[in-house]
Design a protein around this ligand. Sequence first.
Ligand SMILES: Nc1ncnc2c1ncn2[C@@H]1O[C@H](COP(=O)(O)OP(=O)(O)OP(=O)(O)O)[C@@H](O)[C@H]1O
Ligand SMILES: [Mg+2]
Length: 273
Amino acid sequence: MNGIADPGLIAARGAPRDGGPQSGRLDLHGVGKRFALEGRPVTAIEGVSLNIAAGEFVAIVGASGCGKSTLLRLLAGLDPDYDGEVLHDDMPVRGTRSSCSLVFQDHRLFPWLTLLENVELALTRTGLSRDERRRRATSQLDRVGLHAYQNAYPQQVSGGMSQRAAIARALVGRPDVLLLDEPFGALDALTRLKMQRELLHLWQQERTTIVIVTHDIDEAIYLADRVVVLDSQPGRVAQIATVDLERPRRREDARYGALRAELLAHFLAPQDR
Ligand SMILES: Nc1ncnc2c1ncn2[C@@H]1O[C@H](COP(=O)(O)OP(=O)(O)OP(=O)(O)O)[C@@H](O)[C@H]1O
Ligand SMILES: [Mg+2]
């Protein structure tokens, strides 16, 4: 299925009567990317075709080196040199743009700026007044639960809090697409579960299209409308699984387990599943 799996959720997200967000659609047609490594060509991804609806939550999983980050970088416009077509709301992606933000595994906040200043910085070239930039940055930090820490420096807060600030920085310019590359990969297991719940909540509020890359199949099933499995060398779409489970999802649900087993079958021999 193409789109948001749970109609009840669309209502919960306050979608307009005509059925959902109007912008934030991503379309990939036959996308490929080759690198040269010590003079030898390396095909990172090949023939990737995928249509992501506005407001959809998609997870990309696959073995290390299969091209997940490469794909996300192409969507972000960080690498304009690719084969095929990458479209954001029907416009070819050839560079970075304010309507699309990317969050990495490490928060990449500036250590010499407070959390508030880091978030505010993302609004520098918007033409907004200083007061308005501050107001929006404060409000976005509130939305990720960092109200009390806006004047702290990144090194004074936990890894989870820094990552929340990085997500606030990515969202403060109101992008219609949020790309996340292993955003919780450096966090401990319990913080990770908490951050997953929070991300879902943010998505339900902000109605942004989200594409998350993760190694964690459980995380992918918990969060996404669809899970895209990439094969390795070269990275190709092996399977697209629709997660037709109402939210919030329960990991102990038998259907959750069945989907986990189905996706794991791509990666593990039967005795290791
Ligand atoms: N700048 C580059 N120059 C040369 N080869 C690259 C470059 N970036 C990526 N590659 C190659 O492209 C392939 C895919 O890399 P990519 O980083 O996209 O994988 P990944 O799925 O994100 O892996 P991981 O899960 O470990 O983060 C790998 O073979 C990698 O060596
Ligand atoms: Mg990667």
